[in-house]
Design a protein around this ligand. Structure first.
Ligand code: NDP
Length: 287
Protein backbone atom coordinates (compact mmCIF):
# COMPACT_ATOMS: atom_id res chain seq x y z
CA UNK A 1 0.00 0.00 0.00
CA UNK A 2 2.86 2.33 0.80
CA UNK A 3 4.83 1.36 -2.29
CA UNK A 4 2.31 2.64 -4.89
CA UNK A 5 2.21 6.31 -3.75
CA UNK A 6 5.98 6.20 -3.19
CA UNK A 7 6.67 5.01 -6.76
CA UNK A 8 4.14 7.60 -8.01
CA UNK A 9 5.99 10.35 -6.17
CA UNK A 10 9.36 9.25 -7.55
CA UNK A 11 7.97 9.14 -11.12
CA UNK A 12 6.31 12.55 -10.72
CA UNK A 13 9.59 14.00 -9.47
CA UNK A 14 11.51 12.48 -12.40
CA UNK A 15 9.14 13.97 -14.97
CA UNK A 16 8.87 17.31 -13.16
CA UNK A 17 12.63 17.77 -13.02
CA UNK A 18 13.17 16.88 -16.68
CA UNK A 19 13.70 19.88 -18.94
CA UNK A 20 14.38 19.19 -22.58
CA UNK A 21 17.77 19.95 -24.06
CA UNK A 22 17.82 21.80 -27.36
CA UNK A 23 21.03 22.34 -29.34
CA UNK A 24 19.91 25.98 -29.90
CA UNK A 25 20.63 26.56 -26.21
CA UNK A 26 24.30 26.73 -27.17
CA UNK A 27 23.93 28.86 -30.30
CA UNK A 28 26.12 31.95 -30.01
CA UNK A 29 27.30 30.98 -26.50
CA UNK A 30 30.92 31.72 -25.63
CA UNK A 31 32.60 28.57 -24.34
CA UNK A 32 36.11 27.65 -23.11
CA UNK A 33 36.97 23.92 -23.34
CA UNK A 34 40.24 22.85 -21.69
CA UNK A 35 42.07 19.67 -22.69
CA UNK A 36 40.41 19.80 -26.08
CA UNK A 37 43.20 18.53 -28.35
CA UNK A 38 42.12 14.89 -27.90
CA UNK A 39 39.57 12.62 -26.24
CA UNK A 40 36.36 13.86 -24.65
CA UNK A 41 37.43 17.53 -24.77
CA UNK A 42 37.99 17.37 -28.54
CA UNK A 43 34.55 15.80 -29.00
CA UNK A 44 32.95 18.51 -26.84
CA UNK A 45 34.50 21.16 -29.08
CA UNK A 46 32.96 19.48 -32.17
CA UNK A 47 29.49 19.23 -30.59
CA UNK A 48 29.65 22.89 -29.55
CA UNK A 49 30.76 23.85 -33.05
CA UNK A 50 27.79 22.00 -34.60
CA UNK A 51 25.51 23.88 -32.19
CA UNK A 52 26.91 27.22 -33.40
CA UNK A 53 28.83 28.20 -30.26
CA UNK A 54 32.02 30.30 -30.03
CA UNK A 55 34.82 28.04 -28.79
CA UNK A 56 38.24 28.64 -27.28
CA UNK A 57 40.13 25.36 -26.91
CA UNK A 58 43.27 24.73 -24.85
CA UNK A 59 45.92 22.01 -24.40
CA UNK A 60 49.73 21.81 -24.72
CA UNK A 61 50.04 20.58 -28.32
CA UNK A 62 49.55 23.49 -30.72
CA UNK A 63 49.42 21.39 -33.90
CA UNK A 64 46.55 19.24 -32.60
CA UNK A 65 44.66 22.32 -31.40
CA UNK A 66 45.01 23.91 -34.84
CA UNK A 67 43.33 20.86 -36.39
CA UNK A 68 40.51 21.05 -33.83
CA UNK A 69 40.01 24.76 -34.60
CA UNK A 70 39.90 24.13 -38.35
CA UNK A 71 37.40 21.31 -37.95
CA UNK A 72 35.25 23.39 -35.55
CA UNK A 73 34.98 26.13 -38.20
CA UNK A 74 34.02 23.50 -40.82
CA UNK A 75 31.30 22.21 -38.50
CA UNK A 76 29.72 25.64 -38.05
CA UNK A 77 31.27 27.21 -34.95
CA UNK A 78 30.42 30.92 -34.60
CA UNK A 79 34.16 31.36 -34.02
CA UNK A 80 37.02 29.05 -32.99
CA UNK A 81 40.32 29.91 -31.32
CA UNK A 82 43.02 28.08 -29.43
CA UNK A 83 45.62 28.78 -26.79
CA UNK A 84 48.37 26.31 -25.97
CA UNK A 85 50.49 25.72 -22.87
CA UNK A 86 50.68 23.62 -19.75
CA UNK A 87 48.18 24.11 -16.96
CA UNK A 88 50.99 23.62 -14.44
CA UNK A 89 51.38 27.34 -15.02
CA UNK A 90 48.66 29.26 -13.18
CA UNK A 91 49.43 32.32 -15.31
CA UNK A 92 48.27 30.35 -18.37
CA UNK A 93 45.05 29.40 -16.60
CA UNK A 94 44.33 33.09 -16.02
CA UNK A 95 45.51 34.15 -19.51
CA UNK A 96 43.04 31.77 -21.19
CA UNK A 97 40.18 33.52 -19.43
CA UNK A 98 41.62 36.94 -20.33
CA UNK A 99 41.77 35.80 -23.96
CA UNK A 100 38.05 34.93 -23.86
CA UNK A 101 37.32 38.43 -22.56
CA UNK A 102 39.46 39.98 -25.29
CA UNK A 103 37.84 37.88 -28.03
CA UNK A 104 34.20 37.96 -26.95
CA UNK A 105 33.88 40.48 -24.11
CA UNK A 106 32.30 37.81 -21.90
CA UNK A 107 31.86 34.12 -21.22
CA UNK A 108 28.87 31.80 -20.90
CA UNK A 109 30.39 28.40 -20.18
CA UNK A 110 33.67 27.22 -18.70
CA UNK A 111 34.38 23.53 -19.30
CA UNK A 112 37.25 22.28 -17.13
CA UNK A 113 38.36 18.95 -18.56
CA UNK A 114 42.18 18.68 -18.93
CA UNK A 115 44.30 16.25 -16.88
CA UNK A 116 48.04 15.76 -16.56
CA UNK A 117 49.75 12.46 -17.28
CA UNK A 118 49.70 9.89 -14.46
CA UNK A 119 50.37 6.18 -14.07
CA UNK A 120 47.91 3.33 -13.52
CA UNK A 121 49.74 1.19 -10.97
CA UNK A 122 50.43 0.63 -7.27
CA UNK A 123 51.22 3.95 -5.53
CA UNK A 124 54.97 4.47 -5.90
CA UNK A 125 55.44 6.94 -3.03
CA UNK A 126 56.28 9.87 -5.33
CA UNK A 127 54.97 12.91 -3.47
CA UNK A 128 56.25 15.36 -6.12
CA UNK A 129 54.10 13.65 -8.74
CA UNK A 130 51.01 14.27 -6.59
CA UNK A 131 51.98 17.93 -6.10
CA UNK A 132 52.35 18.42 -9.87
CA UNK A 133 49.12 16.59 -10.63
CA UNK A 134 47.26 18.68 -8.04
CA UNK A 135 48.48 21.81 -9.82
CA UNK A 136 47.32 20.61 -13.24
CA UNK A 137 44.12 18.74 -12.33
CA UNK A 138 42.93 20.87 -9.42
CA UNK A 139 44.64 24.24 -8.80
CA UNK A 140 44.42 25.37 -12.43
CA UNK A 141 40.66 24.58 -12.32
CA UNK A 142 40.37 26.85 -9.27
CA UNK A 143 42.50 29.58 -10.89
CA UNK A 144 40.40 29.56 -14.07
CA UNK A 145 37.19 29.65 -12.04
CA UNK A 146 38.38 32.64 -10.00
CA UNK A 147 39.30 34.53 -13.18
CA UNK A 148 36.10 33.56 -15.01
CA UNK A 149 33.56 34.19 -12.23
CA UNK A 150 33.06 37.93 -12.89
CA UNK A 151 32.17 37.21 -16.56
CA UNK A 152 30.02 34.19 -15.64
CA UNK A 153 28.11 36.24 -13.06
CA UNK A 154 27.38 38.82 -15.72
CA UNK A 155 26.10 36.24 -18.22
CA UNK A 156 24.38 33.89 -15.72
CA UNK A 157 26.74 31.25 -17.03
CA UNK A 158 27.89 27.80 -16.02
CA UNK A 159 30.97 25.89 -14.93
CA UNK A 160 31.36 22.24 -15.91
CA UNK A 161 33.91 20.23 -13.98
CA UNK A 162 34.87 16.91 -15.53
CA UNK A 163 35.55 14.36 -12.81
CA UNK A 164 35.50 10.61 -12.41
CA UNK A 165 34.14 7.72 -10.36
CA UNK A 166 37.66 7.82 -8.90
CA UNK A 167 36.71 11.24 -7.48
CA UNK A 168 33.86 9.72 -5.49
CA UNK A 169 34.98 6.21 -4.49
CA UNK A 170 38.28 4.47 -3.75
CA UNK A 171 39.59 2.76 -6.88
CA UNK A 172 42.99 1.02 -6.72
CA UNK A 173 46.03 2.02 -8.85
CA UNK A 174 44.99 5.67 -9.30
CA UNK A 175 45.89 7.19 -5.91
CA UNK A 176 47.42 10.47 -7.22
CA UNK A 177 44.68 10.97 -9.85
CA UNK A 178 41.96 10.06 -7.37
CA UNK A 179 43.26 12.64 -4.86
CA UNK A 180 42.96 15.42 -7.46
CA UNK A 181 39.43 14.38 -8.45
CA UNK A 182 38.21 14.18 -4.81
CA UNK A 183 39.65 17.68 -4.32
CA UNK A 184 37.50 18.95 -7.20
CA UNK A 185 34.34 17.58 -5.53
CA UNK A 186 35.21 19.24 -2.20
CA UNK A 187 36.00 22.62 -3.70
CA UNK A 188 33.26 22.90 -6.31
CA UNK A 189 30.48 21.40 -4.15
CA UNK A 190 31.31 23.94 -1.43
CA UNK A 191 31.51 26.82 -3.93
CA UNK A 192 28.13 25.80 -5.40
CA UNK A 193 26.55 26.14 -1.96
CA UNK A 194 28.01 29.63 -1.54
CA UNK A 195 26.73 30.75 -4.95
CA UNK A 196 23.24 29.54 -4.02
CA UNK A 197 23.36 31.29 -0.61
CA UNK A 198 24.39 34.52 -2.34
CA UNK A 199 21.75 34.14 -5.09
CA UNK A 200 24.44 34.20 -7.77
CA UNK A 201 23.14 32.75 -11.00
CA UNK A 202 26.17 30.63 -11.95
CA UNK A 203 25.63 26.86 -12.09
CA UNK A 204 28.27 24.26 -11.28
CA UNK A 205 27.93 20.79 -12.80
CA UNK A 206 30.24 18.05 -11.57
CA UNK A 207 30.48 15.37 -14.26
CA UNK A 208 31.18 11.94 -12.80
CA UNK A 209 32.42 9.71 -15.60
CA UNK A 210 33.01 5.97 -15.68
CA UNK A 211 35.27 4.25 -18.21
CA UNK A 212 35.21 6.11 -21.55
CA UNK A 213 36.93 4.78 -24.66
CA UNK A 214 39.44 7.57 -25.33
CA UNK A 215 42.92 6.86 -26.65
CA UNK A 216 44.48 7.66 -23.27
CA UNK A 217 42.09 5.38 -21.37
CA UNK A 218 42.55 2.57 -23.88
CA UNK A 219 46.34 2.82 -23.47
CA UNK A 220 46.37 3.02 -19.68
CA UNK A 221 43.46 0.99 -18.31
CA UNK A 222 41.89 -1.24 -20.97
CA UNK A 223 43.96 -4.29 -19.92
CA UNK A 224 42.45 -4.09 -16.43
CA UNK A 225 38.84 -3.31 -17.35
CA UNK A 226 36.47 -6.21 -17.94
CA UNK A 227 34.13 -4.21 -20.19
CA UNK A 228 34.84 -1.79 -23.07
CA UNK A 229 34.60 1.94 -22.42
CA UNK A 230 31.55 4.02 -23.33
CA UNK A 231 31.73 6.14 -26.52
CA UNK A 232 33.54 9.45 -26.09
CA UNK A 233 31.24 11.24 -28.58
CA UNK A 234 28.09 10.43 -26.57
CA UNK A 235 29.90 11.21 -23.32
CA UNK A 236 30.90 14.64 -24.65
CA UNK A 237 27.31 15.41 -25.65
CA UNK A 238 25.95 14.36 -22.26
CA UNK A 239 28.43 16.69 -20.52
CA UNK A 240 27.31 19.66 -22.62
CA UNK A 241 23.63 18.82 -22.08
CA UNK A 242 24.09 18.58 -18.31
CA UNK A 243 25.76 22.00 -18.27
CA UNK A 244 23.12 23.61 -20.48
CA UNK A 245 20.40 22.20 -18.20
CA UNK A 246 22.36 23.46 -15.16
CA UNK A 247 22.35 20.04 -13.48
CA UNK A 248 24.12 19.57 -10.14
CA UNK A 249 25.87 16.36 -11.20
CA UNK A 250 26.07 14.15 -14.27
CA UNK A 251 26.59 10.39 -14.05
CA UNK A 252 27.79 8.80 -17.29
CA UNK A 253 27.32 5.97 -18.15
CA UNK A 254 24.38 6.32 -15.78
CA UNK A 255 23.98 2.85 -14.23
CA UNK A 256 27.72 2.05 -14.13
CA UNK A 257 28.38 5.22 -12.14
CA UNK A 258 25.15 5.83 -10.20
CA UNK A 259 24.74 2.35 -8.69
CA UNK A 260 28.18 2.27 -7.00
CA UNK A 261 27.52 5.75 -5.62
CA UNK A 262 24.21 4.60 -4.14
CA UNK A 263 25.93 1.62 -2.49
CA UNK A 264 28.87 3.72 -1.25
CA UNK A 265 27.43 5.12 1.97
CA UNK A 266 25.40 2.07 2.98
CA UNK A 267 27.82 -0.76 2.29
CA UNK A 268 31.32 0.67 1.74
CA UNK A 269 33.18 -2.58 2.31
CA UNK A 270 30.91 -4.42 -0.11
CA UNK A 271 31.54 -1.69 -2.69
CA UNK A 272 35.31 -1.89 -2.09
CA UNK A 273 35.35 -5.61 -2.78
CA UNK A 274 33.01 -5.22 -5.78
CA UNK A 275 35.38 -2.59 -7.22
CA UNK A 276 38.43 -4.84 -6.77
CA UNK A 277 36.61 -7.81 -8.29
CA UNK A 278 35.57 -5.82 -11.37
CA UNK A 279 39.24 -5.22 -12.28
CA UNK A 280 41.69 -7.70 -13.74
CA UNK A 281 44.10 -6.94 -10.88
CA UNK A 282 46.49 -9.70 -11.98
CA UNK A 283 47.25 -7.67 -15.15
CA UNK A 284 48.73 -4.79 -13.13
CA UNK A 285 52.47 -5.31 -12.84
CA UNK A 286 54.45 -3.37 -10.24
CA UNK A 287 56.71 -0.93 -12.11
P1 NDP B 1 42.79 12.76 -22.82
O1 NDP B 1 44.09 12.25 -22.30
O2 NDP B 1 42.29 12.25 -24.11
O3 NDP B 1 42.83 14.34 -22.91
C1 NDP B 1 43.51 15.10 -21.97
C2 NDP B 1 43.65 16.50 -22.51
O4 NDP B 1 44.39 17.28 -21.56
C3 NDP B 1 44.39 16.56 -23.83
O5 NDP B 1 43.85 17.55 -24.64
C4 NDP B 1 45.81 16.94 -23.40
O6 NDP B 1 46.44 17.57 -24.50
C5 NDP B 1 45.52 17.87 -22.24
N1 NDP B 1 46.63 17.97 -21.29
C6 NDP B 1 47.47 16.99 -20.86
N2 NDP B 1 48.38 17.48 -20.01
C7 NDP B 1 48.13 18.82 -19.93
C8 NDP B 1 48.76 19.89 -19.24
N3 NDP B 1 49.83 19.69 -18.45
N4 NDP B 1 48.27 21.13 -19.38
C9 NDP B 1 47.20 21.36 -20.18
N5 NDP B 1 46.55 20.39 -20.86
C10 NDP B 1 47.03 19.13 -20.73
O7 NDP B 1 41.73 12.51 -21.62
P2 NDP B 1 40.22 11.99 -21.66
O8 NDP B 1 39.52 12.62 -22.79
O9 NDP B 1 40.22 10.51 -21.52
O10 NDP B 1 39.68 12.60 -20.29
C11 NDP B 1 39.05 13.88 -20.25
C12 NDP B 1 38.47 14.10 -18.86
O11 NDP B 1 37.59 13.03 -18.54
C13 NDP B 1 39.52 14.14 -17.75
O12 NDP B 1 39.19 15.12 -16.80
C14 NDP B 1 39.42 12.76 -17.13
O13 NDP B 1 39.81 12.72 -15.78
C15 NDP B 1 37.92 12.49 -17.27
N6 NDP B 1 37.62 11.07 -17.22
C16 NDP B 1 37.98 10.25 -18.28
C17 NDP B 1 37.72 8.89 -18.19
C18 NDP B 1 38.08 7.95 -19.30
O14 NDP B 1 37.88 6.73 -19.10
N7 NDP B 1 38.57 8.42 -20.43
C19 NDP B 1 37.09 8.30 -17.00
C20 NDP B 1 36.75 9.24 -15.98
C21 NDP B 1 37.01 10.58 -16.11
P3 NDP B 1 48.04 17.79 -24.62
O15 NDP B 1 48.69 16.48 -24.35
O16 NDP B 1 48.20 18.31 -25.99
O17 NDP B 1 48.37 18.83 -23.59
Amino acid sequence: KILVPFVGLVLAFCFYSKEDFKPEMLKGKRVIVTGASTGIGEQMAYHLARMGAHVLVTARTEAKLQKVVTWCLELGAASAHSMNGSMEDMALAEDVVKEAKRLWGGLDMLILNHIGYTYFNYFDGDVEHIRKLLEINFLSYVAMTVSALPMLKESGGSILVVSSTAGKIGIPFVAPYSATKFALDGFFSSLRQELIIENINVSITLCILGHIATETAEKTVSHVMQKPGAPKEECALEIIKSGALRKRELYYPYAAVRIPLLIRDWAPEFLDSLTRNRLNVENVKRS
